[in-house]
Design a protein around this ligand. Structure first.
Ligand code: UDX
Ligand code: ADP
Length: 449
């Protein structure tokens, strides 16, 4: 029986391992993590992350061939294949600060693997890492090998949060990179056999290590999202990986003497930041150049729909911008807790990607922020509504009721183009939609530069 162990029970490790377990009943899968609360949650009825379909998959195999444990060393020692999906934050200080990935957690996981292993291992790179990480990890493992053979594979994940289970069940492609030696090819084959339980063989692409790592950053045409599926306008992109991947590209371009290319990628981040601040400027300028003391309802805080994840969500920048102008913000998101929102609004950039126990202690709640559990409550008495996440339920709201309970003029700033703007104008709202022609009102209130 093949034994798989995954280090890191997060957004990537948890769903990926649950799907492997459900599709491969003959494989034992153990997900380990240093965070006890996280593992306890995986073993409870309330899983630590929200992902459509995840509950069912976990329920089907937990306790049978899927286990969650804090006994990291024991399960690493027993495994044949070890997936590593630990945090890879952006460095906040030192060389490459603000762009290079901080591989502290990866390195310590690799050293631990070297310490406890007594049999040959296949180590699979699953976290979002810079190109050439596999080579670095290989060095750590082989220099501490005690005669054990390690094969490093790169198996980048392309799942998107909110559709992770669907993406894992029906991936456009699975990419596996390994060394081009007989042992390397054998290891690639072993991992390929795991996926072949449910993924058609022609969708499993094998290549060398470096190409697999690079293809994570510069995705290949096989991804069905390259095209109209992924061209929706928004208040800005967010999520834990997109920005990090782009910063990784900036860093490798700089390291390879390509400053012009690095600047090109940097500009993508800058434009995204500009998009968020432009949205805030639009809100403030439309409302007579001040939101001071005004209630602004925020609908949606997660970085996209169908997830409770707030890492790098544009809502943080928009709320901070409005708070900077002294607005009172009343926030509703169906999946994000008050505690999380308060922490996000108090945190410095990049602090989020460190394990909980290394994060700054929760500061006292920001007074101008209230978090409520209903869109009608959030919008009651508000001067404006900002829609920042495209949750389906925001399309179905009773906007007449919302309008009746708001201050006038009543504004809607739709950061995801989810509402029917014409219908809302009919009710009496002044509506701003991303990239669409402006209302007469908005045209008369030019955005502050
Ligand atoms: C991303 C990559 O898609 C995935 O392949 C990689 O493995 C991890 O990072 P994810 O972070 O889950 O996945 O989110 P994604 O669906 O890519 O969306 C990123 C951001 O872009 C979100 O904030 C989303 O709202 C925004 N977006 C996406 C748009 O603004 N418009 C679109 O058309 C699509
Ligand atoms: P991702 O979105 O990439 O899955 P997460 O932050 O959700 O990232 O998950 C990473 C997980 O890895 C966290 O739960 C963290 O506690 C765990 N982790 C980090 N370092 C180690 C380690 N050395 N051993 C075990 N787990 C670790």
């Amino acid at each position: 029986m093949v034994k798989i162990c995954c280090i890191g029970a997060g957004y990537v490790g948890g769903p990926t391992m649950a799907v492997i377990a459900v599709k491969c009943p003959a494989i034992e899968v153990v997900v380990v993590d240093i965070s006890k609360p996280r593992i306890d949650a995986w073993n409870s009825d309330k899983l630590p992350i929200y992902e459509p379909g995840l509950d069912e998959v976990v329920k089907a195999c937990r306790g049978k061939n899927l286990f969650f444990s804090t006994d990291v060393e024991k399960h690493v020692a027993e495994a044949d294949i070890i997936f590593v999906s630990v945090n890879t934050p952006t460095k906040t200080r030192g060389l490459g600060a603000g762009k290079a990935a901080d591989l502290t957690y990866w390195e310590s996981a690799a050293r631990m693997i070297a310490d406890v292993s007594k049999s040959d291992k296949i180590v699979v790179e699953k976290s979002t890492v810079p190109v050439k990480t596999a080579e670095a990890i290989e060095k750590i493992l082989t220099h501490n090998s005690k005669g054990i053979n390690y094969q490093i594979l790169s198996n980048p994940e392309f799942l998107a949060e909110g559709t992770a289970i669907e993406d894992l069940f029906k991936p456009d492609r699975v990419l596996i990179g390994g060394r081009e030696t007989p042992e390397g090819r054998k290891a690639v084959q072993a991992l390929k056999e795991v996926y072949a339980h449910w993924v058609p063989e022609e969708n499993i692409i094998t290549t060398n290590l470096w190409s697999a790592e690079l293809s994570k950053l510069a995705a290949i045409g096989k991804d069905s999202r390259i095209g109209p599926k992924f061209l929706n306008a928004s208040v800005g992109f967010g999520g834990s990986c997109f920005q990090k991947d782009i910063l990784n590209l900036v860093y490798i371009c700089e390291c390879n003497g390509l400053p012009e290319v690095a600047n090109y990628w940097k500009q993508v981040i800058k434009i995204n930041d500009y998009q968020k601040s432009r949205f805030v400027n639009r809100v403030v300028s439309s409302m007579f150049n001040t939101v001071s003391g005004k209630k602004v309802a925020i609908l949606g805080f997660a970085f996209k729909k169908d997830t409770g994840d707030t890492r790098e969500t544009p809502a943080i920048d928009v709320c901070k911008g409005l708070l900077g102008d002294k607005a009172h913000v009343s926030i509703y998101d169906p999946e994000v807790t008050e505690d999380q929102i308060q922490r996000d609004l108090a945190m410095n950039k990049f602090d989020w990607d460190h394990p909980m126990h290394l994060q700054p202690a929760s500061p006292s709640a920001i007074k101008q922020v209230s978090v409520v559990w209903d869109a009608y409550e959030a919008t009651k008495g508000a001067h404006a509504v900002c829609i920042l996440t495209e949750w389906n339920q925001f399309k179905e709201l009773d906007y007449q009721k919302i309008f009746d309970n708001m201050q006038k003029p009543a504004f809607i700033f739709d950061g995801r183009n989810v509402v029917d703007a014409e219908k809302l104008r009919g009710i009496g709202f002044i509506v701003y939609s991303i990239g669409k022609p402006l209302d007469a009102w908005l045209k008369d209130m030019p955005a502050i530069a």
